[in-house]
Design a protein around this ligand. Structure first.
Ligand code: GH3
Ligand code: MG
Ligand code: MG
Ligand code: MG
Ligand code: MG
Length: 293
């Protein structure tokens, strides 16, 4: 696990670096609070953080407050261990109020630090397990409704800043009710699983996909170029419609309809989704098994 160390004194930084390496962590170094923030902005995957209390510019307490404020909505918990020469009760209250999870008093021993990092690592690992449970659809392994909508909000905000377009596709299995009625719910579940696999197979790493309803999927294409998005959706439609899905001992043929929409200026999440939805329902009305833009 990678650990951010923010410490202004070069000697202490080196000691910490050596200790953490010895413990099996991968230390990432910052010389003060501002640098620590820069590192965190660039690499949001850093979750275990050691902050020196007294540093020039942004102090450890300042960094702590900004971290708690900035990532409060995120599912990836950042565990903060403060390094302090102080252990007066009111200082510690201030540290915990700023958002610290734990502290060690300088000069600290190897084992003290090791045990406290271990506790932090345990919390982060539990957090990450719960995050997967909270954001995944158990049947298909795709993002669940809440997660893919959260992701769309995030991507929309990002794209607006960069003044780029984003596209979404709403995908719905045609006459899925009759699959259940004919072959049973369990077979229907297998069809959903295989449909999800084929969608993922067709998508590039930049795209996101989630299951937003029973047999309905939402795909997000950041930095969309319309022709590419339509081509990818056509490919998905063929991948699913052209080869029957094997649910031993039978084969089930399905088709899907897809509605695509791209973002305008000042796009809202609801506006974008509702345009993709109406494109989808145009496709249904026109006879299904098609991509409508
Ligand atoms: P359309 O082409 O208009 O979309 O018709 P449809 O039959 O696909 O649409 P409708 O909304 O009438 O039915 C959707 C069906 O999806 C009804 C429901 O039983 C089924 N369904 C929803 N969630 C699940 C699930 O998790 N597993 C299974 N097996 N079926 C599901
Ligand atoms: Mg210092
Ligand atoms: Mg349907
Ligand atoms: Mg319907
Ligand atoms: Mg539906």
């Amino acid at each position: 696990m990678r650990v951010l160390i923010a410490e202004d004194a070069a000697v202490n930084r080196k000691v910490l670096q050596d200790m953490l390496t010895e413990m099996g962590y991968e230390p990432v170094l910052a010389r003060d609070g501002n640098e620590a923030m820069q590192v965190l902005q660039q690499d949001e995957s850093l979750q275990l953080i050691i902050l020196d209390w007294v540093m020039p510019g942004m102090s450890g307490l300042d960094v702590c407050r900004v971290i708690r404020h900035q990532w409060q909505e995120e599912y990836d918990y950042k565990y903060i261990l403060m390094l302090t020469g102080k252990n007066r009760e009111d200082d510690l209250t201030e540290g915990f109020e700023a958002g610290a999870d734990d502290y060690v008093v300088k000069p600290f021993g190897y084992n003290d630090l090791k045990m406290r990092l271990k506790a932090g690592q345990r919390i982060i690992e539990m957090n990450n397990k719960l995050k997967i449970l909270a954001t995944r659809d158990t049947l298909t392994g795709l993002y669940n409704r809440q997660a893919i909508l959260g992701c769309l909000g995030h991507e929309l905000a990002k794209m607006k800043k960069k003044k780029l377009k984003i596209a979404v596709a709403m995908l719905d299995i045609d006459h899925f009710k009759s699959v259940n009625d004919t072959y049973g719910h369990l077979a229907g579940d297998c069809v959903l699983g295989e449909t999800a696999r084929r969608i993922q197979y067709a998508l590039s790493r930049e795209s996101f996909v989630g299951r937003v309803g029973g047999e309905e999927f939402l795909i997000i294409f950041p930095q969309a170029d319309e022709q590419t998005v339509i081509a990818v959706c056509e490919n998905i439609r063929k991948l699913i419609g052209d080869t029957a899905i094997s649910v031993f001992p039978i084969k089930i043929s399905i088709t899907i309809s897809i509605g695509v929409a791209t973002s305008d200026e000042d796009e809202t999440l609801d506006g974008l989704i509702s345009r993709a939805d109406s494109a989808l329902y145009t496709g249904k009305r026109q006879g299904r098994d098609r991509v409508v833009f």
